[in-house]
Design a protein around this ligand. Sequence first.
Ligand code: GLC
Length: 805
Amino acid sequence: MAQQHRKGTFNVPVSHYISHTVSGQEVLITTGNSTVRIIVYDHSVIRFRISKPEQEFSGFSYAVIEQPKPVEFKISDEGENLTLTTSLLKVIMNKEKVRISIYDVEGNFINGDDPSFGTSWLGNEVTTYKKLIADERFIGLGEKTGNLDRRGKAYVNWNSDNFAYGVDDDPIYLSTPFYIGIHGNQNYGIFFDNSHKTTFSFGCSNDRFSYFQAEDGEMNYYFIWKPNVAGIIERYTWLTGRLEMPPLWSLGFQQCRYSYYPYPEVLNAARTFREKDIPADVLYLDIHYMDAYKVFTWHPTRFPDPDALMKELKKMGFNVVVILDPGIKTEAGYHAYDDGKEKGHFVKYPDGEEYNGQVWPGWSAFPDFTKEEVREWWGKQMNILTDNGIEGFWNDMNEPAAWGQHLPDLIEFDYEGEGGTHKKSHNVYGMQMARSTYEGGKKLLDGKRTFVLTRAGYSGVQRYAAVWTGDNVSSDEHMLAGTRLVNSMGLTGIPFAGNDVGGFAGEATPELFARWIALGAFSPFFRSHSMVNSRDSEPWSFGEEVEDISRNYIKLRYRLMPYLYSVFYEASQNGMAVSRSLAIDYTYDNNIYSNPYQNQYLFGPSILVIPVESTRELHKAYFPEGAWYNLYNDKIQQGNREEILSALKEQQPLYVKAGSILLMQESSNHLLNVKELERMEIHIYPGAETSFVYYEDDGETYQYKGGASLVRTFELKSNSLRISPKSGSYTSHFKTWRVFIHGLKPDAKITVNSASVEENTMNYRFIEPVSDFDPYHKPPTDPLEIKDLIYVDVKWNDAEAVIHW
Ligand code: GLC
C-alpha cells in the first residue's frame, strides 16, 4: 500500500542524516526527522539520545549521578557512515538510515540496530529495535520473574502492587530498565533511562529483533561494553550509584510479622530468640503499631511507651524496623495531614485539587516525593520515631499503590521542578520515597547509619535502600523464583535484596520453612515474614527439628560475618552483586542457564549455593569449571559436571570454590554492640590463585569515610597466603587468627613469616547435628565433620603476614 493512502498511526523510523557538530563529549546529529545526540561518557559507556526535532527533553535523571568524563574519541565522516571511535569501541552510524552498529576495536560486532527500524516512533511511543543474534541471551532487568535467560520473553516496567503474584507474573514492584546481552564471546549492557512505562522484548513473539520501548519521552539509552559481566555491572553502577555500607546489624537475621502487637508480643518474640539461642538482630513493626494506620503515630494502647520498649529491646541486642506507607489519612486534626495539606505537599489533579486514593488508613493523600522540599518535610516527620530509638524504616506500598491499582494518569508531580504526570512519575515515586526516608533517617540519627527497606524502586534505588520482593507465596516454586529475583537484582546493581523467608501469603510446611531459612541465610537481605491471620512462622514454630535447622543456618551466617561484610564492602566499591548469578563468572557456560541449574548462585565470590525443593532429598546439581569443596566434609567435587546429590533438609548443599578464603568469627546472638571478638578464623581452600579484600569498620557510623576503616588484601597462591599490611586507622575487633588449611596433607609443614609454628588438628563442624529428639527417626546427619583439619594460631598482626605450607 502506498504511504499516502494509509490512515492512522504507523511506525516512523529515524532517517536521513543532514549534519553533525561535535562539542565536548557530545556529537549532535540532525536528521530529516530527529535529533540524535551521542555522548561519550567514558571509553566503554556511550549514551544515545534520540528525539523528534520539536521535542525538548531536559535530560534530568533520577537514576544517573555521573557526568561524561573527558576521554578522547575520534569522529570520522566516511562516505556512507559516520564513525565514532573510543579506545574500546567503534560506533558506526549509517547516514542514510541512521542505523547504529557497535564493534569492539578488533572489529568484532557487539550490537546493532535492526537495519530497517532502528529507533522509531509509533505516535508518542519510542522504540529501539536491535538485531537479534542467533545465540543471543539476555539477563538482568532486575526484579523480573521468569528464567535467568530472558530470551523469548517480554517484560513491562510499571511498578505494581501484586499481592501473591504468580511466579511468571509481570510486572511486579520494581523497575530497573537495564539488561545484559550475551552472544558468541561478547557481552554488553543497555540501560534505557526513561521513567515512563517501558517494554522490553527479547525476541518475544518474533525471530527478528529485541527491542526496548517507552510509552512517551525520549529514546535515551546507555550502551556499556566491558570484557565481562562484572565489568558491565561496575560501569552501570558507576552511572547509577552504589550502596553505602549498611549498618552491620542489618546483615543479621530479621524477623517480621504482619503484625506483632500489642507490645508484649514484640518482647515475647525477642526473649524467645534469646532463650532459644537463635541469633537475630531485628524485629519489625507492621501497620498495627500505628494509630488507625496513620503514619508517624504510635497506637496509644498497643504501644503506650515506645521509648521504654525500644530501650528494653536494645538491651537485648535488637533493633526495630517500622513500616512507613506513603498514604496519609485525610483526617482533619491529624498533624501529618494538616501540615502536609497546608504546605501543599500532596500530589494534585491538574485543577489543583488534592488527589486522594484508598489504602490501609482509608482515603489518603500522597506526598509528592519528586520535590525536595517534600522529601525534607517527610524526613522531619520521622523524628517521632527516631526520638524513640528507631533506626530502621520499611517503605511499603510505594509503587504507589491504592486500592484498585490504577491511579489516574492525569495527576501531577513536581519532578524536580520540570513537572510530570503520573505516567512519567509513577516508576520513580518509590525510589524517591526511599530516598526521602534514607536522607531523613541519616539526618536524624546524627552520624549513625540508618537502614531502609523498600518494595518499589527505579534504577539507582541501591543508593538508598535494600529491596525485598514483596508478597511472595509459601511454595517451592516461589522459593526458587525468589532466588532468581534476588540474583537478577544483583545483576542490576541492587546487591542488598531478599525475599520473605517462608513465603508471605499462604503457610509453609515445616519442610519448606527448613529449606527456605537455610537458603535465606545465604541471601544478602535475610528476613522471615508472613501474612496476617496465618500460622506462626518464627523459626521455632515448625517443631524442634526445624528449630535446630534454623539455628544452625542462622548461626552459620553470623559466623560468616567477616566474609559477608567484606563482600558488602566490595558491593559498595564496584556495585558487585552479593548473591551472584552464575552468569557473572560462568557467562559462556550453557549449562548454568538450563532450567535445573539456573537457581544456583555464588554467595560472594566463593560459596556455591544449590537451592533444593522441600519435596526432594535427592537433587541434580551442576558444578561449573574448577573444583569445589563440600563445605561440610571437605570432599572435593570436580567441576564441569552434573551430579546427583543427597540433599537432606538439614543440610543445605553448599560448596566452596577451590581457590577461596572464607573469613569467619565466633557466633554471637546479635551483631549490635558486639565490639570485642577474640578470634577470626581464616579458612583457606587451596586449588587456584585468588585474592580477597577484607574490610572492617565500626559497623554503625560514617567514620569510615574519614579513614576509620581497616582494609587488608588476602592473596592466595598454590601454597601460601599473603595478608597485606593493614591500611586505614581502624583497630580490628579481633585479637587472634586461627588459620585453617583445608585439604592439606597431614605431613605438611606450616610457617608464618618464615618461622615454623605449632600445628594442630581438630575435628571441625560448620553446623551441628540436629538433636536426636525422635527415637524412631535418626536423621543421617553424618558426614558433617571435617576430620583432622589442620590449623595454626597466630596473634593478630597489622603488618604483612605470610602463611606458607
Ligand atoms: C503489604 C506488604 C507486606 C505487609 C502488608 C501490611 O502487603 O507487602 O509485607 O506485611 O502490606 O503492611
